[in-house]
Design a protein around this ligand. Structure first.
Ligand SMILES: *Cc1c(COP(=O)(O)O)cnc(C)c1O
Length: 410
């Protein structure tokens, strides 16, 4: 695609929420007004110092920011390539980066006078983060979750309920994230007067992709300051996994205008490259509209949204955030994929090398970092986003091991 590079990568989206040909707002008429109000409220809050201060203070005292930028010494030595640093989002309260966004949005909801919070969740991390901040402010909270995901993430379902949220199992479609988003949208349409819908990734209609990116950009802003302090220079390569794309854009965004910094987003390659076997939207996805935004979508020839698969629930979605679609077309960020088995192996390796048990989602980034390290020089620097911790995945991992043993006839 011949596209002229913009003078800055950080000026988008435009006022309609477009990232080049992607993004925008494709919603039923009834949602146009509420989305415009949300955009206006967000634009105002963004400029309001008291809002920013409240957010900053809670990120510090409640979430535990700044998260460390950790030098992975044994991993670096073992691979013999670049210096590898890990941005430790797994150390955020509740165990993943999701809370950076949930907290920002709950503050916004309060500012708008909303008393009820709803959310969708895949892996359950966004649901837990949202239930947590809703509890902190004493707000009602309902979380929609596909029944398949409820089964593979039972621990998080339990946590949400303990935190006072109502978890509603979704039985339509594939019973995963896409179906949970549809249910949450339906709820929002009926309850807009008192309800704010906290979307958990850089997805959905404008202003969500922009707003979620801005709230997650604290990751990249911290990482930038931290690497300058530790190494006195910018990193050569950033690596992050891409579900909807919020942890990745959060890390990448503050570096986008630094031409020397390369970036790779890692999608879920699942079990294979056939439609339905993976969630790698950039490998087989086509331009489409899903749940309010125009982007790369995995679909069949008739435009039916295809089934997806990943060992990690948090990467298992048919569409990618619209800003990533644009960054891919511009060539500013490269995208690749890692299959289930390689991610599970990387999870084991990082745990043993560094004493860090990453989330299965994050393990996709770690797996690619292991590959990439072999192509980089010793005097280079790589930062890997460790988007979350793997405690939630132990059941899924145990089941994976069991299936493997059975398959090998032992
Ligand atoms: C949800 C989740 C992801 C994927 O979501 P993004 O919006 O792409 O960041 C990645 N890692 C963890 C730990 C998650 O919980």
């Amino acid at each position: 695609m011949s596209t002229q590079l913009p003078s800055s990568f950080t000026e988008l989206p435009d006022s309609g929420g477009h990232f080049g040909p992607y993004g925008g707002s494709f919603v039923p008429e009834i949602l146009s007004q509420p989305l415009n109000e949300l955009t206006a409220a967000y634009e105002e809050a963004k400029k309001d110092e008291s809002f920013q201060k409240e957010l900053f203070d809670l990120l510090k005292d409640f979430v535990g920011r700044p998260t460390p930028l950790y030098f992975a010494k044994r991993m670096t030595e073992f691979l013999g390539g670049p210096k590898i640093y890990m941005k430790r989002e797994d150390l955020c309260h509740t165990g993943a980066h999701k809370i950076n966004n949930s907290l920002g949005q709950v503050l916004l909801a309060r500012r708008m006078g909303k008393t009820r919070i709803i959310a969708e969740t895949g892996a359950g991390q966004h649901g837990v983060a949202t239930a947590t901040v809703a509890a902190m402010f004493g707000l009602d909270c309902v979380v929609y979750m596909g029944e398949v995901d409820m089964e593979r993430q039972a621990l998080n379902v339990y946590r949400m309920r303990r935190l006072g949220a109502k978890v509603v199992g979704v039985t339509s479609g594939q019973k995963t994230l896409k179906d949970a988003i549809s249910e949450a949208m339906r709820d929002w349409v009926s309850n807009i007067h008192n309800t704010h819908y906290i979307i958990g990734s850089a997805l959905g209609a404008h202003p969500y992709p922009m707003m979620v990116r801005d709230f997650q950009s604290v990751i990249g802003r911290e990482a930038r300051a931290q690497i300058l302090e530790k190494e006195g220079r910018l990193p050569d390569h950033l690596v992050a996994c891409v579900g909807g794309g919020s942890n990745a854009i959060g890390l990448f965004f503050p570096f986008l205008d630094d031409a020397s910094v390369q970036m790779t987003g890692v999608e879920a390659g699942g079990l294979g490259s056939g439609l339905g076997e993976h969630a790698a939207r950039f490998n087989g996805g086509m331009l489409g509209i899903l749940q309010g935004t125009k982007t790369y979508v995995l679909q069949d020839d008739e435009g039916q949204i295809s089934l997806t698969h990943s060992v990690s629930a948090g990467l298992d979605y048919a569409a990618v955030g619209p800003e990533h679609a644009w960054l891919k077309d511009l060539g500013r960020v490269k995208y690749t994929e890692i299959k289930d088995q390689e991610a599970v192996d990387a999870l084991g390796n990082l745990s043993k090398w560094e004493g860090i048990l990453p989330a299965l989602e994050s393990a996709h980034a770690v797996a690619y970092a292991i590959r990439l390290a072999k192509e980089m020089d010793k005097d280079q620097i790589m930062i890997v986003n460790c988007s979350g911790r793997g405690d939630k995945d132990v059941q899924e991992l145990a089941a994976w091991e069991k299936r493997q043993l059975e398959a090998s006839g032992q």
